[in-house]
Design a protein around this ligand. Structure first.
Ligand code: TXA
Ligand code: MG
Length: 320
């Protein structure tokens, strides 16, 4: 059945415009990946440096051959197991791939998203859609259509509203372009799950891995200074920092709330999937609470994708 919103979005993409759309991870800011002028608009709208490559979204894995030369067996295996889903593969790019997409690197990032609206858009468009997260550069990724409008306003021609993103943090990125596979960004799909499919261990990103300039140490950051604090000292740190005349905003996942007017206490879900789903909306709430400092209770070691995002959101790397 034709969907007027999807048809309008496709028309905008074909004419070189920008359409934000939901995926199961975060909202993306999309443009026709084959149109260099359209892709340039993404960088301008985000304020993103030109050398940060973009992910190309595909309706299904059959489109890979258009974007990639020599598709390795590992890509077929991972695609079969995890696509559509929150996995991005870095592969050697085909010759026709525009330089502006890849930051002139020899590789391209590809993903088949699982969200029904993203899928409908990609199918109707019939080709690759380049899309980074639909936030201003260095800011928190959007997980609702309202977040996108707040971030980008009139810089985007249309926002497809698909409700809140289910996973809430960006895809796992696996680099298959080097001599050994490496995870460049942790996500919901864990390194162990990937190793199981590949039948070989992943390596830490090294000199032969693809460069991922988006993986800056400070990223996904609220404007209020954020510190990650062990649960043991969370309450006392909140008290110490909220005096005199200052307020602390706290995000705790298992620590009991403190009833104190100087402290804005936010409770996060205690399970990893729920915590991740609400993480960016919670960071926005903390940032908008008018407090002088944000304290986030340290989460368990095993939540490696969430920990990665919290570390990148924090101003101090050693804890507090
Ligand atoms: O879940 C996601 O991956 C979301 C949704 C919208 O699909 N997209 C997303 O895109 O997070 P972005 O641009 O915000 O983050 C993509 C990261 C960047 O850090 C970029 O440097 C890296 O992927 N990347 C893209 N292409 C690459 C390449 N060819 N080599 C190395 N890193 C690459
Ligand atoms: Mg991003």
């Amino acid at each position: 059945m034709p969907n007027p919103d999807i048809e309008k979005a496709v028309a905008i993409l074909r004419s070189g415009g920008l359409v934000a759309f939901p995926t199961e991870t975060v909202y993306g800011l999309g443009a026709d990946a084959s149109n260099p002028d359209a892709v340039k608009k993404i960088f301008a709208a985000k304020g993103r440096p030109q050398n940060h490559p973009l992910i190309v979204h595909l309706a299904d894995a059959s489109h890979l051959a258009h974007w990639v030369r020599d598709i390795p067996m590992a890509a077929h295996r991972l695609g079969e197991r995890f696509w559509p889903g929150p996995l991005t593969l870095i592969l050697h790019r085909a010759e026709n791939v525009p330089d502006v997409l890849t930051g002139s690197q020899d590789t391209v990032g590809l993903r088949v998203p699982g969200h029904p609206v993203a899928h409908a858009l990609l199918q109707a468009f019939g080709s690759g859609i380049a899309a980074p997260s639909a936030n201003r550069f260095g800011r928190i990724s959007p997980t609702t259509a309202e977040h996108v409008r707040a971030e980008l306003g009139a810089r985007v021609d249309m926002v497809l509203d698909g409700g809140s993103c289910d996973i809430g943090i960006e895809s796992t990125i696996v680099d298959l372009s080097g001599s050994q596979p490496a995870v460049l960004r942790p996500g919901k799909i864990s390194a162990a799950e990937i190793e199981e499919v590949l039948g070989e261990p992943l390596v830490r990103p090294g000199p032969s891995s693809a460069r991922a300039p988006g993986m800056l140490a400070v990223h996904y950051a609220p404007q209020t200074p954020l510190h990650v604090v062990s649960g043991k000292v969370l309450a006392e740190t909140a008290y110490r920092l909220s005096a005199p005349g200052k307020r602390a905003a706290v995000l705790a996942y298992h620590h009991a709330p403190i009833a104190d007017a100087r402290i804005a206490w936010f409770a996060a879900p205690s399970q990893e999937a729920g915590y991740a789903r609400e993480l960016y909306a919670n960071l926005r709430r903390l940032d908008q609470s008018g407090c002088d400092v944000i304290l986030v209770e340290q989460v368990p070691e095993e939540w490696d994708a969430v920990r990665d995002r919290l570390t990148k959101a924090a101003v101090s790397k050693e804890g507090f």
